[in-house]
Structures are given as C-alpha cells and as structure tokens.
Design a protein around this ligand. Sequence first.
Ligand SMILES: [Zn+2]
Length: 96
Amino acid sequence: MARGRKQKDPFVCPRCGTRVTEPVKTWTLVSPFPDKKGRITVTIMGSFKCPNCGYTWRAVIKKIKTEAAPPAEEGGGEPREGEVIEIDLDDLDKLE
Ligand SMILES: [Zn+2]
C-alpha cells in the first residue's frame, strides 16, 4: 500500500496529462464469483484516446459491488450437491 497514494484519474492521459471528457468505449467486467458476503463485483472499464497526443489506454472507471442475484426458482427442486458417480468394481472386472 506504499505506492499509488495519489488516486489515479482514469480520464487523464498517462503520457501527457491531458484530461479527456469521455471514454471512446466502455464495457463491464463481471466477476465470475461472489465475494465472502455474496456480492458480485462489476468493473466498468473504459478505453480512452488522448486528443492531444493520440495515446490510447484502458482504465478502470468504476467498480460496483452488487448483491448477488437470488438463486433461480425452478419448481422448488432440491439443490444438487454434485453428481456422484458410483462405479461397481465387479462390473469393471466383467468388462475386461
Ligand atoms: Zn496524451
């Protein structure tokens, strides 16, 4: 945590320091797994182009923590706890 005390502004060109008004393109990255509290982190990424020097870069614009979506309700079936594959050793013997 020693480095990067100054908050980096994603809108400022890392090469010449010009501040752009808006990203060329934005997209979101959704973390595939929830954190310990069951929340999903959604990261908004942006692609920028400097109007002054032409440099292009990508930066994180914002990170949002959202509540995880509730589990889909599908007929109230029992939750699956992984498939168990039972192998009968006697059957294996017969195959050989
Ligand atoms: Zn620039």
